[in-house]
Structure formats: structure tokens, C-alpha cells
Design a protein around this ligand. Structure first.
Ligand code: GTB
Length: 215
């Protein structure tokens, strides 16, 4: 039995690869592991069957035999360890790569996600313009720091790694904004990641799932 992941039945992003199942699909494609997808409605996510997979009632989850996991970062890390892929074997490089995974999810993603959420949920509020400016300033700080670290390198820690997979997944949310162009090395970094065949396969699969549900 191939592993099973959960994803939105109809992703609110209409298949632009922004829901967090995308990063799990991408990792599964990187390691060449076939998988199945269990699409869930918002209602089904809050039912006991899914709460047993993820106590927070969210997607994505991952089921492989007796193992059930939630949290996209934990799933990606598990796959990297289990398949020995996209994670250096040298203990120090490995630790630094895992630090980049946490940085993507804990240090960069909150600012980026709050910005997206505010655009969607608070556009009509009187404080919108001021709040967006604050959120953009937070993002600018993080992007400048990320850009400084990356410098002329292709990837964050040696070869392409799970740190890059998660960081690029986060930056994807800024793809349509000019924020990504304020430093010259970040859009090329994202484009390099998006050009990976595994990314393309994952993107096409989640888009096809949305299109099928939308017809
Ligand atoms: N920390 C968890 C992880 O990394 O796995 C967070 C998981 C999470 O936020 N899941 C979201 C979810 O299940 C989907 S990805 N939400 C439903 C709920 O909480 O009831 C977040 C997301 C939502 C929508 C878009 N979009 O429309 O573009 C993009 C991303």
C-alpha cells in the first residue's frame, strides 16, 4: 500500500500550490515514492476520523502502515530520514539543514502567511493599509536576512536539501509580489527550486486535483 496524504477537496488557492500538502507532495516526488491522496472537505477535517490523524483538524497528514503523522515539516523530515534523501549525512551539515527547515517554518513563514491572510480577510477593514505596511516590513527584514545568507550560492546548505524545499515552499506565496525582487538573488532561488522536475510533478498533481473537483 502506498502512503496516503490528505489535502483540501477544493483548495481555496484554486491549485496554485499554496496549500501545505504541496510541500509533502513535492518531497514524495523528490524521493520517487508513489502516494495516494485523500481529499477532505472542511467539514470532514473536523470529524473524529481526521482528528485522530491530526488533533488540529488540518491538512496535510501522512499515513504509512502503522505510522500516522501531521505537521508538514515533520512529514518532510521523516521522509528525508527514512529515504536518506535531501539531508546531508555529515552530522553538522545535517543539523544546519534541519535548522533551515525550522527557519523556513518558524522564522519566515509566519510573516509571509500573516501577510497573505490579511490580504484575504482584512482588506475591507479601516486598519488594512497600516497593517499591510507593518507586515511587509516584517517580510522585508526576513527576506533581506535570507538573501544575505544565500549570497551567490544556489542553495542554503550545500546541495538542494529539505531546507530549500521548505524555504521555497514558503517563498512561493510571495511569487506574485514585488517583495521577492527587492533582492536580486531570491526570485532566481525560487525559480531554481520550481524548475525541479519533482516540483513540477507535485504542482501538476495538486492542480489536476483542484481542476477535477471544480468541474
Ligand atoms: N503547521 C501545520 C503544517 O505545517 O502542517 C499547518 C497546517 C495548515 O495550516 N493547514 C491548513 C488547513 O488545514 C491548510 S494549509 N486549514 C484548514 C483549517 O485549519 O481548518 C494553509 C493554507 C490554507 C489556504 C491556502 N490558500 O487558500 O491559498 C493556502 C494555505
Amino acid at each position: 500500500m502506498p502512503p496516503v496524504i490528505t489535502a483540501f477537496e477544493r483548495s481555496p488557492d484554486r491549485g496554485r500550490g499554496l496549500a501545505r500538502d504541496m510541500r509533502v507532495r513535492w518531497m514524495l516526488e523528490e524521493i520517487g515514492q508513489p502516494y495516494e491522496v485523500r481529499p477532505l472537505s472542511f467539514e470532514a477535517m473536523k470529524q473524529p476520523t481526521h482528528l485522530a490523524r491530526n488533533p488540529f483538524g488540518q491538512i496535510p497528514t501522512y499515513e504509512d502502515g502503522a505510522l500516522t503523522l501531521f505537521e508538514s515539516g515533520a512529514i518532510v523530515l521523516h521522509l528525508a530520514e527514512r529515504h536518506g534523501r535531501l539531508l546531508p549525512t555529515d552530522p553538522e551539515a545535517r543539523a544546519r539543514t534541519i535548522a533551515w527547515m525550522f527557519a523556513a517554518l518558524n522564522t519566515v513563514e509566519p510573516a509571509v502567511f500573516d501577510h497573505s491572510l490579511t490580504q484575504v480577510l482584512e482588506r475591507d477593514r479601516p486598519w488594512f493599509d497600516e497593517r499591510i505596511q507593518v507586515l511587509e516590513a516584517r517580510i522585508r527584514t526576513r527576506l533581506a536576512q535570507l538573501s544575505d545568507h544565500l549570497g551567490e550560492a544556489d542553495w542554503l546548505e550545500g546541495d538542494f536539501s529539505v531546507g530549500d524545499l521548505l524555504m521555497a515552499s514558503v517563498l512561493l506565496r510571495l511569487k506574485a509580489t514585488a517583495l521577492l525582487d527587492e533582492r536580486t538573488n531570491l526570485r532566481p532561488y525560487l525559480t531554481r527550486a520550481e524548475r525541479r522536475p519533482a516540483f513540477q510533478r507535485a504542482f501538476d498533481a495538486q492542480k489536476a486535483a483542484f481542476d477535477a473537483a471544480d468541474t
